[in-house]
Write a protein that binds this ligand. Structure first.
Ligand code: AMP
Length: 278
């Protein structure tokens, strides 16, 4: 019973895959070298996708709020009094988990100390990458508040942009887009840590021109590991037809087809990231 969070996610994933509740999006991945950064681009495998879509066509109607009226097959566990962990139904990466609020809260509301505490609980058990797409123009597709967690192994060398993110702690020019980045503490009592993380997150929002006290915060992405947190202001959900969410600022992209992959190569990742933030 004392398994690690990753093991518990794997058990639920195995069952959900067999029942068809989990519907991974098949992709093939490529690396893209630009300067000293190696980005990872996943291209949706349309042929296999069509086959899985046919298999899933007998699925029941979509719920209005899939995180309130969630599929019990995707439920992993309660991670805090006000949060539960679900599997991402349409995952591109294995072990893609969603930390959703039990009651509805809008995705555009600022993160709270309780959200931080729930996220830290997951991060304490699983050394993954945490991220938040704050609003539609930041890549969010669901309006119900959800943080997300994925494994650090996004590419052959982990989080593709992590070396640059760490370099930006000392030299802001290391990241080619508007941002705020900080080193974070990770040891100590959970509640005190959550308060520290929340204070750091609010200060970061301030620095990127977002009001952490607003009822509705203007679009931004937020990413965190056990070592650092990064906030990025956003202006548009896609650039040149390519959807950009928080994962892009970790150096991982998802494109629809080979044409978009060609476009990304042609325009350059750095250009794309700049455009998404101004
Ligand atoms: P985002 O697009 O960043 O707002 O993340 C929301 C995620 O929820 C998407 O990646 C979807 O794949 C996922 N999703 C959509 N419908 C469901 C569902 N019924 N159950 C679980 N996850 C879902």
């Amino acid at each position: 019973m004392c398994r690690l969070l990753e093991d518990r996610i794997d058990i639920v994933s195995g069952r959900a895959l067999r029942s068809g509740a989990l519907q991974p999006i098949p992709t093939r991945w490529h690396t893209l070298q630009e300067g000293d950064a190696t980005y990872v681009v996943r291209v949706i495998d349309n042929l296999r996708r069509k086959q899985s879509a046919r298999a899933a066509s007998k699925e029941r109607a979509k719920p209005a709020d899939p995180f309130l009226d969630y599929d019990p097959e995707l439920y992993v566990e309660d991670v805090a009094p006000a949060h539960r962990l679900l599997l991402n139904k349409f995952n591109v990466i294995e072990r893609h988990a969603l930390i959703v609020t039990r009651a509805f809260a809008p995705q555009t509301a600022p993160l709270t100390p309780a959200d931080m505490e729930a996220a830290l609980g997951c991060l304490a058990e699983w050394d993954g990458l945490l991220f938040y797409n704050g609003g539609e123009a930041a890549g969010a597709s669901q309006p119900h508040k959800h943080l997300q967690m994925v494994p650090r192994a996004l590419g052959p060398q982990g989080i593709p942009l992590e070396p640059r993110i760490k370099a930006a702690l000392a030299d802001t020019a290391a990241l080619p887009f508007a941002h705020a980045v900080d080193r974070v503490p990770f040891d100590g009592p959970r509640q005190a840590l959550a308060a520290d993380w929340h204070a750091c997150y609010c200060a970061q929002l301030d620095r990127i021109g977002r009001d952490p006290k607003a009822k509705t915060v203007a679009p931004y992405n937020w990413l965190a590991t056990r070592e650092w947190m990064l906030a990025v202001p956003r202006t548009r959900g896609e650039v040149a037809g390519i959807g950009i969410n928080a994962m892009a600022f970790a150096g991982a992209f998802l494109v629809k087809d080979q044409r978009q992959l060609g476009d990304l190569k042609h325009r350059g990742v750095q250009w794309l990231l700049e455009q998404a933030t101004v």
